[in-house]
Design a protein around this ligand. Sequence first.
Ligand code: AGP
Length: 610
Amino acid sequence: MCGIVGYIGHRSAQEVLLRGLSKLEYRGYDSAGISVYNEGDLQVQKVLGRLVALEQHIQTPLIGGQGIGHTRWATHGRPSDDNAHPHSDCSGRFVVVHNGIIENYQALREELTSMGHRFQSQTDTEVVAHLVEELYAGDLFTTVIQVIARLEGAFALGIMAKEEPGKLIAVRKASPLVIGLGDGENFIASDIPAILEYTRETYILDDGEMAVITKDGVDLFTFAGVPISKDVFHVTWDAVSAEKGGFDHFMLKEITEQPTAIRDTLTSRISPDGSRITLNEINLTDEVANTIDRIHIVACGTSYHAGLVGKAAIENLTRIPVNVEIASEYRYCEPIVTDKTLVIVISQSGETADTLAAMREAKSRGCARVIAITNVVGSSIAREADDVILTLAGPEISVASTKAYTTQLICLYLLAGHLAQVRHSEGANLIPDIAQALRALPEQAEQVLQTSAMIEKFARTYAAAKEDCFFIGRGLDYAVALEGALKLKEISYIHAEAYAAGELKHGALALIVEGIPVIALVTQDKLYEKTVSNIVEVKARDAYVLALAWEGDAEIHKHADEVITIPRTLPFLAPVLAVIPQQLLAYYASVARGNDVDKPRNLAKSVTVE
Ligand code: AGP
């Protein structure tokens, strides 16, 4: 989504803004702009296109040590120069950058237009600049308090006033915003990587908080103007971990990091003797845990696919019925929630608007507790959930989620085991075996990564040349096939479809023609024969079948054209390994087609709007 960077201090604001925005490019954007204050003037430069276009557009460097910058992912108003941020009021006395959606912007725009204000863009954001202009009576801070009282929706704002140099105002409601603390300089940013080269000391603003920032200090307030204090959040990431580390793309780096990410996510969450799950961050009391009679897992995209695996894990070990819901549907379907419903929200970014809203909907309906599984400390979802299980995947920059998915699965297995333990379910007896198999996964994932060359060849020979591709499986294999199809379609742009293998004959078989690539997952022993019969079915229509099967499976070679094998683990844990060849397939197909692997068209890393 949109990226915000602000600076005030002794450096060139233009340089800090452009460097910071470049670290936010992963969020996806279509235009960019900066404003720098200098000698009584708010200079603004903004264009449609990438940051490189903005740099080319700035003929003469903007002088000044105070500024705000923005990368825009269009929501209201098509991508254009005029719709790029920063936005100004009629007279250029104020400039604003914004991430989120002002939901009542139409009414505000009509009101301000009737008062004589002239708009330059189709954006919701511009109303903020004109509202500041309308309400300004000589003090920006009190004006902004009045302005935000008029706004509905989600907004992270950076604001400057020509008549009040040396001051930035930052506002946070529903869209993330952090403040970087320096020596004689301070920063604002949508995300930590933008300021990491300058400072590791930050304030993470919460909803309903704002800040007045000068080069020498940061004052924090509620939206009512009440002063507040916050702990400084020390960032532990190093800058390199957010870089590509020698890989061509973040996606391949992050696929390759999965053994480490899995290992890190397991750390200290299994007892040393391997007999118990020790999820100490869950404060779900045994009493509440034992009253739970229904679980809702709510998420979007890849995180939703992780939830499908979570359903199998939790139902298998606890026999509690689990519904897995798409967040954008759940938030509007008047979900049936009681004080015996446990809600699990899964979100890599922790900022996905639909998932955040779905969580709030469940809470408003009185669910027993919300547990969030997320990769981002201090994210909105993490802060509003009752309990948080962190995936320790490290920064995931590529739009296509990979290591976040596999570590989400690990967290779901651990949570399933934890629930089985506190409820003394029969499934708890399986925990020592599960724990042992979990601990073997990092090494096994390393082995799967060694199949990379074979997958690259298949990708270049078959997948990349085709416009359609099928993924089939049964049970957990179907859940993982859905993820494989999403990966391929979102970064190679090949139309990929996942089908429950047993469902093919009810329609989709009509699409199976000679040479169409079919990826068949056959890791679920109890369904093996059935899935093989589906492979035979598509082979009879001359499909080209790549099977993902266990090491040592001799039978599958009689049916599939090619076989990628994965080390044997519990069928229950197979998704963690079976997804990796599919991630690699998508990656190499995308590279073969010359796509922008890490920033695929139309997509954003964090979808912070509906
Ligand atoms: C993943 O490859 C996709 N880019 C997308 O589906 C993503 O999983 C979805 O937007 C949810 O994001 P979240 O996990 O940050 O909530």
